[in-house]
Write a protein that binds this ligand. Sequence first.
Ligand code: PLP
Length: 364
Amino acid sequence: MKFNKTLEDIKTYEAGKPIELVVREFGIDPKDIIKLASNENPYGCSQKVQNAVSAIVSKMALYPDDSMTKLKNALGKRFNIGVESLIIGSGSDQVIEFLIHAKAHAGTKILMNSITFAMYEIYAKHVGAEVLRTSSQEHDLDEFYAIYQEQKPEIIFICTPNNPTGDAIDAQKLGEFLAKIDKDTLVVVDCAYMEYAAFKDASKKVDAKELVECFDNVIYLGTFSKAYGLGGMRVGFGLANPKIIEELYKLRPPFNITTLSLEAASVALDDEEFVNKCIAASFDEMKRYEEFAIEKKIDIIESFTNFVTLCLNETQNSTALSNALLQKGMIVRNLSSYGLNAIRVTIGTPEQNTRFFELTSELL
Ligand SMILES: *Cc1c(COP(=O)(O)O)cnc(C)c1O
């Protein structure tokens, strides 16, 4: 059977291995498996969220409230932005999909960083768009601008903090860059980890409201999957000028967010104290990774989020290391598919991190 030609050179997205798969493949007891591969919140989600979701499980038979009024109002309040500037997706992934489908087609040029979130390219390829990449590992906005001037891409993806490297852009520099881009070019600013960066360093904080008010052609993306501890609920959002949002709505399938997910996200936004505690704990634990890297003479990229990227030296191999860790029940992210001899490790709980240091010390 023939399928669309555009699918031919798409590599299926390789998500962090689920715990269930490691149980089946290696016969390891689920309680001995530690997953530090997908940048989830190791402390889970707020107890208030769990209580709220438990209280409405009986509502599962009915379709969700497709107006999403409760969550939209909560997000509107949080970002001090009108609900007409807001779209909610099944993960911010779905908003990325809407954006590409709304603007790109065969041959459309889409510019992104040399190493960045893999889904941008996958969605770009759905429609046969052409992916352009910078050469530097960190976002170099001068290089972005030079390529922009030469190639006139229709969409630009900026990811800050960047996944999978953890570095973040100076917010003021980002503003200066955006001011130079013409209004027909859509710029996507993916801030999946912005809660972390803003906590660590105020100069990295991209203000969603400011972005939307200053730039008609820019969309800010956020998610409940990381700091809010709701990866399993699949809720993300985009904030932009209502003219962009209106177009994205044309692509949205009905009932794309479940009743339980809408409730979970609404309540999660209210428990800022929980999220801040988790973020503080994550940066405390990050210090141990930095010390570990120094001790083992491994390069570590300065991180503004909830994971660290460990760049191994020539005598070490990221594929071998991540496979060996996997057999011991420790799931981390091998970055060899990005062309890096590196692993990305989500900062876990203190106990999980201790286990990582023990196992990795043994294996190196
Ligand atoms: C995790 C992540 C997302 C999206 O996550 P969803 O679970 O789909 O909301 C988007 N961008 C980056 C960079 C991410 O790391």
